[in-house]
Design a binder for this molecule. Sequence first.
Ligand code: ADP
Ligand code: ASP
Ligand code: MG
Length: 458
Amino acid sequence: MVSYSGDSKLTLPTYFSIMIVQKFGGTSLGTAERIKHVAQLIQDGKKKVVVLSAVSGTTNKLVEIVNSLYRNEKEAVDERITQLEAEYVDLADALFGTSEIKAKAIKMLENHWTHIRSFTLDMFTRFEERSILAQGELISSMLMQLYLDECKVQAMTIPALDFMRVDQQGEPDMWYTKSNLERIIGENDEIELFITQGFICRNHFGEIDNLKRGGSDYTASIVGSAIEAEEVQIWTDIDGMHNNDPRVVKNTRPIARLTFDEAAELAYFGAKILHPTSIVPARNAGIPVVLKNTMSPEKPGTIISNEPSGNHIKALAAKDGITAIKIKSDRMLLAYGFLRQVFEVFERHKISIDMITTSEVAVSLTIDYDGDISALIEELRQYGKVEVDRNQTIVCIVGHMLQSEPGHAAKIFSSLKEITLRMISYGGSKNNVSILIDSEYKEQALKKLNKGLFNLEG
Ligand code: ADP
Ligand code: ASP
Ligand code: MG
């Protein structure tokens, strides 16, 4: 029985509260062996929704097909699809033991390739593009369901396109997701194992859309919040959030606990293990998020929750592709309304600002936007002289109560004493110090901070 309290708040039946959400990323599904391993991991007797990404590399290949289609390179499109097709025939060969299920998988895969091949440039828009990008998750979930069928494990695929929707602003439509999941799960009470696709959703027109690259984490958090899950688990290829970017720095170590705010800062400022906004729905619903390693499930990973996690510096992350904009104006002196006018220009262009610093005569800010900004710059010129620096990186140092403990800032800046710092943001929140540097110094900065803050070599 479902009860409703208020206009948009649904109270879920009690059995929902004992569910968990487990999300498996692309590398966790990269080979037949790994898919089999995930199929084992999800059979732990807990009622759950399993959110699957596309097999690793597939979304990138679909993006390449889309780009070739836009360039009208018919042969390249055909070659890329044929290559993908061959890879999945190999995967199906290695995954399935019975010829009947294997034949079923091959037949279903063929439908996906036929769909992708049906597009040509003269009828190719963003809508068709998004439909192609959705195929990776549709395929991985189909393969998992068939493998579980083969193993005689009872599971049910619940299509994300039936319950996951974003609104006009691209924000998750929580009411829609919640009420549809409630209905679907409620109607299938006997099922313990639900499988769904990460990343894909519908937009407010009802068209196929997605939650941006890496968005399966976001799906997991939205689903967790919608079903008021006990826990959201993000299973990936590393044993939790590390103190520094393991792609850049050799010696990094996992962090046992983070608060939601700390994890949100790290994700937003470049820790790829989490999609930038994925923490928000779980945080709003107070549901712990646990980061786990599929290859080493025995490792504790990282627990992200509301629990205090200690007053020290936890980790740092770096976000590339940043553009710094400085607006210098004598009119700024004692002029009220100046900042509002500048911000309104950004608002009109729908470009969000990450960092901001001010002085008597200038304001500097950063944006993470790879589109054309010439119109924005032109408009800003009416307020003063505008300077633009591209190829910048924000290094974000995260910890709890960063400003209330003396000595943190001194440690950070002495670690970076050989590097030119372009902007510093300190005091914006209790959790974060952000520093803007030229991207060419990123590796050096991350290594120096690894030594200075964590006593770990680069
Ligand atoms: P998945 O395919 O499972 O979604 P991702 O590649 O998106 O996995 O995220 C996991 C990767 O994130 C790791 O392999 C690691 O290289 C990268 N990463 C970047 N920063 C961090 C960090 N601070 N801690 C852990 N992993 C990180
Ligand atoms: N498959 C999508 C991507 O590669 C979503 C995800 O993996 O989270 O971006
Ligand atoms: Mg990811």
